[in-house]
Design a protein around this ligand. Structure first.
Ligand SMILES: Nc1nc(=O)c2c([nH]1)NC[C@@H]1CN(c3ccc(C(=O)N[C@@H](CCC(=O)O)C(=O)O)cc3)C=[N+]21
Length: 278
């Protein structure tokens, strides 16, 4: 029987440290979250980010734009924040409405304030081993693995999912720690055979309770990035926690696993950015 990785507790501890750090700074780190439209899930996430930012003592602004806003207007808002010295981090909440090209909007964020790490400049830096801003979810997962003393050197790490915001950067960060990394996806033949090789398994596919005990090597560490709604409206992960924890050594829950760490890394990168110019 494995143990829980308590992402909520680790996030709380790190946030306390950040609050103390911010209180000592000569300037207040500023974060703006730009949200377009009324997507209820996005509203919840953005509220969480705002509450956390305030708790830590950041200057936090949520810029709410109507669903009908044009791409040009949104880019204009982003450009204004690029120029505004009160803000050290800019995040445009995804997904954006269909009439807006997400790539164009992400390109408009100045790479220096791109605390999501989604700008192609930061993506290029990550994949070529240069210091830059890192996507918050994979970054938070690395912090969790470190906090729980999970050895990566030479180990088999398997990532399920190949998105630009989780799967691909996750694989790169694991590779940087000298893991032997495999990325799997919807076309992978015999997924359980591949995931059963994993000493560390990171799952980000967006299918509720898809990963079962049969996918797990005994003693593996399992990280669940999934955020799905069950038929009853409950938030559930991509991993069938109750049966997987019987086989694994460590498993993250949903909620209170990866989610709180994602938000914590957003705060960390905003503070680090503010420090650079302080
Ligand atoms: N530009 C951009 N950057 C993002 O980082 C981004 C985004 N767009 N779009 C949506 C996803 C999703 N995401 C979450 C962050 C924290 C929780 C979180 O804290 N979840 C809590 C519970 C939340 C609940 O109860 O609904 C938990 O897991 O314990 C969830 C989801 C960030 N995202």
């Amino acid at each position: 029987m494995g143990k829980i990785i308590d992402g909520r507790a680790l996030a709380d501890k790190m946030q306390l440290g950040m609050a103390a750090e911010v209180a000592e700074m000569s300037i207040k780190p500023g974060l703006v979250v730009i949200i377009v439209g009324e997507n209820p899930a996005s509203q919840t996430y953005v509220r969480n980010k705002e509450l956390t930012a305030k708790k830590i003592g950041l200057h936090s602004v949520v810029e709410r734009l109507p669903e009908e806003v044009s791409e040009a207007e949104l880019i204009e808002v982003v450009s204004n924040y690029n120029q505004n010295d009160l803000f050290h981090g800019i995040l445009v909440q995804l997904p954006l409405p269909g009439h807006i090209d997400e790539e164009k909007v992400l390109l408009a964020i100045t790479p220096e304030k791109d605390v999501d790490g989604f700008h192609p400049i930061n993506v290029g830096k990550l994949f070529s081993g240069q210091a830059g801003l890192i996507p918050c979810t994979p970054y938070g997962i690395m912090k969790m693995l470190e906090a729980y003393d999970v050895e990566l050197e030479g180990k088999e790490a398997v990532v399920v999912g190949r998105s630009n915001i989780v799967g691909k950067p996750m694989a790169q960060l694991l590779l940087d720690k000298n893991a032997t990394v495999t990325i799997t996806h919807s076309r992978t033949i015999d997924l359980p055979a591949v995931t059963r090789r994993a000493d560390v398994l990171v799952v980000a596919i967006g299918r509720g309770h898809f990963i079962r005990a049969e996918h797990i090597k005994p003693g593996a560490v399992v990280i669940d990035v999934g955020m799905n709604r069950s038929a009853e409206g409950k938030l559930i992960g991509d991993v069938a926690f109750d049966e997987v924890i019987e086989v694994a050594s460590l498993v993250t829950p949903v909620p209170k696993g990866v989610g709180p760490m994602t938000i914590t890394m957003l705060m960390e990168q905003t503070i680090a950015n503010a420090r650079k110019i302080q």
